[in-house]
Design a protein around this ligand. Structure first.
Ligand code: FAD
Length: 354
């Protein structure tokens, strides 16, 4: 029986994978997409119910179909993003197979390609695009006494909204957008306290995700001139955060020194009891399926040039963030990096497999 070798196997089925699929289809390559979720939407399926984008819909489109909502002047709701990604998959008939959780990627020397495996099935490919995102690798810092704390702990990746916390004392840890947004909505129904390692950086009211994306891209591509300060991690004043500021409650405390079984001890030695802690402390890229290739650096990341792994050129990384390609963790950035990098992948295949 003839052995099937795909041009490309994409691992992951979020926005980065769909953008790559769009350009691969246009280039006429033979590819499949393997996603470990049951339905479309990638990380958006796991964000909290009230989450809205921090960029207007018209600035959050993937290549091909405009992301427009009924009210384009507001920030779209996460369920609108999921519906958009579903529509996108159907419209371009992307060959997505679910659920397949890829466990390993290994060189196949016999067929001069890479072998992708989920433990039960395997697929051979001339190139592999890893687009597994960050949501499934939440980071929780190790803080003194945390193991002895008897209350609930939850990372923002699993936070399901305010109702569960109504009437409780909640500690929200982390100075980014997740921390600010979750604190802002909890403050309306609970006694919430927000702590951050450093003072949170609030952006001016008129700076949203669209402006940040353009600035980050200009910085990374060396086209920045006199750029005002403002990074992708700085806090965008979305309506609930603005409302908390207008109520006069949007203040963060400096970090506590340690946990006790019932709460925390502040730097002035006073204690405060909490029923629950929500960690808004970020994510790392989910790259465990690449471990067997032995190409990860000490920080777990992979060295890339234009999305292509330097140590294993048959491997490409899409999404993840600026280290993989500028702004690639955003909807608009995922499309732009696929537009820029897929032609290089196509050239690589043509030159390497004539
Ligand atoms: P994902 O969406 O995470 O998709 C990766 C897919 O791969 C997932 O389905 C995952 O389950 C799957 N997968 C993982 N490992 C494997 C495996 N081994 N095998 C098979 N499948 C696997 N972006 C914006 O553009 N605008 C915003 O306003 C915005 N706001 C945000 C607010 C919050 C609170 C958060 C957390 C994120 C926000 N983002 C925003 C970012 C955006 O949600 C993510 O960066 C984006 O979803 C990343 O897309 P991706 O395709 O790279 O990864």
């Amino acid at each position: 029986m003839a052995i099937k070798i795909f041009d490309v196997v994409i691992i992951g089925g979020g926005q980065a994978a769909l953008s790559a699929g769009y350009y691969l289809r246009r280039a006429g390559l033979d590819f499949i997409i393997l996603d470990n979720q049951a339905t479309a939407g990638g990380a958006w399926n796991h964000t909290w119910p009230s989450l809205r984008l921090f960029s207007p819909a018209l600035y959050s489109s993937l290549p091909g179909i405009l992301f427009s909502t009924s009210k384009t002047d507001v920030y779209p709701h996460r369920h609108e993003v999921i519906a958009y990604l579903e529509r996108y998959e159907t419209r371009y008939q992307l060959p997505i197979y679910r659920p397949h959780h890829v466990k390993t990627v290994l060189p196949d020397t016999q067929h001069n390609c890479l072998k992708v495996s989920d433990g039960k099935y395997s697929w051979l490919a001339k190139t592999v695009i890893s687009a597994t995102g960050n949501w499934s690798h939440p980071v929780v810092p190790e803080l003194p006494g945390a193991k002895a704390f008897l209350g609930e702990m939850c990372h923002s990746a699993f936070y399901k909204g305010v109702e569960h916390y109504r009437g409780k004392n909640v500690l929200v840890v982390g100075g980014g957008n997740s921390g600010a947004q979750i604190f802002a909505e909890l403050d309306e129904v609970t006694t919430a306290v927000w702590v951050t390692r450093e003072a949170p950086q609030f952006l001016p009211d008129d700076v949203d995700g669209r402006v940040l994306f353009e600035r980050a891209t200009a910085r990374i591509t060396g086209q920045a001139t006199d750029q005002p300060v403002g990074g992708i991690g700085d806090i965008v004043m979305v309506p609930p955060v603005k409302a908390a500021r207008d109520r006069g409650v949007l203040q963060a405390k400096p970090m506590f020194t340690h946990f006790t079984p019932t709460g925390v001890v502040w730097q002035d030695d006073t204690e405060q009891a909490f029923d629950a802690v929500i960690w808004c402390t970020g994510f790392q890229p989910e790259l465990s399926h690449l471990a067997a290739l032995g190409i990860q650096e000490e920080d777990g990341k992979v060295l890339v040039q234009d999305g292509q792994s330097i140590k294993e050129p048959r491997l490409w990384l899409f999404g993840y963030g600026d280290w993989a390609s500028p702004g690639s963790a955003t909807l608009i950035g995922a499309g732009r990096s696929a537009r820029d990098n897929i032609p290089k992948l196509v050239d690589y295949i043509r030159q390497s497999y004539q």
